[in-house]
Design a protein. Sequence first.
Length: 385
Amino acid sequence: MTIFCQPAAPDDLTTGIGADVRSVDDLDAALRALNDDPTEDLVVVGPDADTGNALRFAARLRLERPTAGVILVREQVDVALLTEALRAGVREVVTAGDRAALRTACERSRALSGHARTNDEPQSTKRGKVVTVFAAKGGCGKTTIAINLAAALAANQVHRVCVVDLDLSFGDVAISVQLDPVRTISDALPMAGHLDTTGAASLLTSYRPGLDMLLAPVTPGDAEKVPAALVGELLTALRGIYDFVVVDTPAQFSEHVLTAMDVSDHHVLLTTPDTPALKNLRIALDMLDLLSYSRDIRSVIVNRSDSKVGLSAGDVERVVRSPINGHVPSSRNVPISINKGTPIVIGTPAHPVSQAITRFAHERLLSQTAPARHKAFARRGAGRR
């Protein structure tokens, strides 16, 4: 059931909502309807309702009924209105007359409400693991490993997992799984400084049950607008929703990447068995040591480990001077899976690549509790702003 707040709501609006609709004349009546039925999870505020009153209603509902969503319909939508609405807790603002957009917004809001209701563990105490996947050189297959690792963690819907595309300028998560980036990290900008789990959840794109994505910006220039502090807020909020948050990163130690590593419970460092990638990994490991990140939360994976390039596994360990925790073989089926938009772990779970990634997920992430952070690491993370 959906509550539609609008005096004498016209049929063209109510039919665009896509579910049973209960029309009320004002926001007080909408609040009474919510109190009468605990299963109500959506209020659509029509264009004739006063904007200020609608935003105050949304802010109140956010505190008293966090599982319910508010969608605001306005004759005109601008950046200032969107900013105020998101701050108040409105999930989406839709232009009046756009029935398709209204229907889609309602569907997303209902999905978010269902997600909030099924999250049995209190948000204040839930603390999922943040896993940052990093490669010091491009072309190592980092995005593919991150997505498939997330898929392995979410297998059988036992754990709830989110992939965060932190390659803000050139993120490939969306195209790798053929998702339409309607909402991205840049949509969190109006919530900077007061982002909570409800706000973070409104930015997500669902891929399959138990596996969601927070996608990178697609508009040129948006990447530069996202401050590193907002990344920390997002990851902190998401770990209050998910069992695992897997972060895909660019191949450089940017402020955003270091912020992700600050809040991470595990660092997955990726390389391939070629001299430039191994050299860059060695430098990255030295950098992490210099920054006092604990080695206990670190894993090294060699992707395309069986490539015939004249380097043995022993040669790789000698160059890296660090234990290798996972070997993922090369296969032409991997790019085929990317072109299909289906991670190989999902499409072909018995494939050697899938088995290698799943084995790593079980041995290094699922079977181990997150170790306590090194004191210097904690100080570095706490001191960064």
